[in-house]
Design a protein around this ligand. Structure first.
Ligand code: ATP
Ligand code: MG
Length: 479
């Protein structure tokens, strides 16, 4: 996985954002309600001032009509004081007759107001609603009242205060609730996320207990879905493990079968080889040339079969992990020299020279039998696949490793086959048809080299030859 974990996109901090969002929406709603309320109160204040102006003008007109002219000014001033309005009495042309205002409008303006009867005007008091009403019995005289429209409508501060208190309370409650819900959701999500991450770890045990479903909301639904997924995953993995175990058991059976059959083959084969040797030594009497040739053929075929059986046995021991190394100081030059000498038989009848070059001695801590097997397999291949030219075994070393090069002037190996020939039963297509070997030699050599902590390198040129290099660490566990 990503690193799987680092690929995670930045998550929104739900616990902070959810309550903040709730609080902001709450405040916005409260401000809107407040603004609407204040606007309504302002309208009401205007209506109220209009009504008061109309009533004042009408009632005062009634009163003045029954009062003696000398008493009228006093009545107007008294009314102005009591109502808090500005009042004047004017004739139709706009001439002020009685004045209880802070500053009466000029004649022309007053005439307009009288003509309009009701409306709004600015006076020294500020914004006012006015009403002009004719005096009963004198249609040419008018009482004009100006009632101030309050700047802050009555009740607005109380409304705002109440709203503020309510908003604070609601937003507070909403924030706490939202915080609790968001935190709970986030805890659930974190828990589920942690479980999923745990499951993503290789070799984890997804079949463990399911994630408890703590809520019936979306997180709960998600958790249930996840549990279902986990169940299926666990089931699939169990199936996979069962199949794997079955395959391993089958593999073990196969290896055991191979080992058993190879053992059974060994006994009669040894008898064939032994009796061939006896016959060839002519202990039982001289052999005719034809008989000698035929017995040699029997011996060669038997030896080949014996090699095959040994390879199969070794391979099955390697597969089953039963092959154990017995290390000892071994002079690899001596081993190579002996193999080169023995290989004369293999090169017989071919125009191939086999030589040994390099160090005089090269002592390394290896299993002598297996070291012989590694070099022998490579040397055997080199001679087998080379028709003409030479095969050279060269030994050398540096500070850390011993190197055994087996070079030939054979057909070479195509780049596309340089990996597959090291795999079990891997042979080049040309070789496969000839049925000369099993294709196990290189596999065994490579595995044995690896068991020694070394490796085999291959350099080859098609048509010119190949060089297999065995690199073995001088100290066990070294490079
Ligand atoms: N020196 C070489 N030159 C050319 N081809 C080679 C050489 N060594 C190995 N090969 C190719 O690699 C194949 C695998 O070699 P390997 O030794 O594993 O099997 P084998 O020799 O065919 O059979 P076995 O070794 O089991 O008797 C060979 O069949 C051959 O095609
Ligand atoms: Mg071989």
């Amino acid at each position: 996985m990503v690193s799987r974990g680092t690929d995670r996109r930045g998550a929104w901090p739900l616990v902070v954002i959810a309550p903040l969002f709730v609080a902001l929406v709450g405040i916005a709603v409260a401000v809107a309600i407040g603004a609407l309320g204040v606007a309504q109160l302002a309208d009401e204040a205007i209506d109220h001032a209009s009504v008061r102006a109309a009533w004042t003008s009408a009632l005062l007109g009634e009163r003045l009509s029954v009062l003696a002219p000398a008493l009228r000014l006093e009545a107007v001033q008294l009314a102005a004081r009591r109502t808090g309005a500005e009042i004047l009495v004017a004739g139709e042309p706009g001439d002020v007759v009685l004045d209880a205002t802070l500053g009466a409008p000029d004649t022309a303006h007053l005439r307009e107001l009288i003509a309009a009867r009701d409306g709004e005007v600015s006076t020294l008091m500020g914004r006012t609603r006015f009403a002009a009403r004719a005096l009963p019995g004198d249609p040419h005289a008018f009482v004009v009242s100006f009632v101030r429209v309050p700047r802050a409508p009555e009740g607005a501060p109380a409304l705002i205060q109440a709203l503020f208190a309510l908003t604070t309370l609601l937003v507070g409650v909403a924030t706490v609730v939202a915080y609790a819900v968001a935190r709970d959701a986030q805890m659930d999500i974190s828990y589920v996320t942690r479980r999923v991450s745990d499951m993503a770890v290789v070799r984890s045990e997804p079949s463990g207990e399911p994630v408890p479903v703590r809520t019936i909301d979306e997180v709960g639904v998600l958790t249930s879905a996840l549990n279902e997924l986990v169940g299926r995953f666990a089931e699939a993995e169990l199936g996979y493990r069962r199949d794997l175990e079955r395959a391993r058991a089958a593999d073990r059976d196969r290896a055991e079968f191979l080992a058993a059959v190879s053992h059974e083959l060994r006994t009669p084969l040894n008898a064939v080889l032994g009796f061939s040797d006896v016959l060839l030594s002519e202990v039982d009497g001289p052999l005719s040339p034809d008989a000698r040739e035929e017995i040699e053929q029997i011996r060669q075929s038997g030896a080949h079969l014996s090699d095959l059986v040994s390879d199969i046995l070794d391979f099955s021991a390697l597969e089953g992990g039963r092959l154990v190394l017995h290390r000892a100081p071994v002079d690899l030059v001596a081993v190579a020299r002996e193999l080169v000498r023995e290989s004369a038989v293999l090169a017989r009848g071919k125009d191939v020279a086999v030589r040994l070059v390099g160090d005089a001695t090269l002592v390394v801590g290896v299993d002598p039998k297996r070291a012989r097997q590694i070099i022998g397999n490579l040397l055997g291949n080199a001679i087998k696949f080379t028709v003409k030219g030479e095969v050279v075994v060269a030994l050398s070393h540096d500070d850390a490793c011993a190197m055994i090069d087996v070079s030939d002037t054979g057909p070479g190996i195509h780049p596309s086959e340089r990996t597959s020939i090291f795999e079990e039963y891997g042979q080049t297509p040309a070789e496969r048809g000839k049925r000369r070997g099993t294709g196990l030699g290189l596999t065994i050599a490579r595995r044995l080299t690896a068991m020694h902590g070394g490796r085999i390198e291959l350099a080859s040129e098609v048509g010119r030859g190949s060089r297999f290099r065995v690199v073995l660490p001088l100290k066990p566990g070294g490079p």
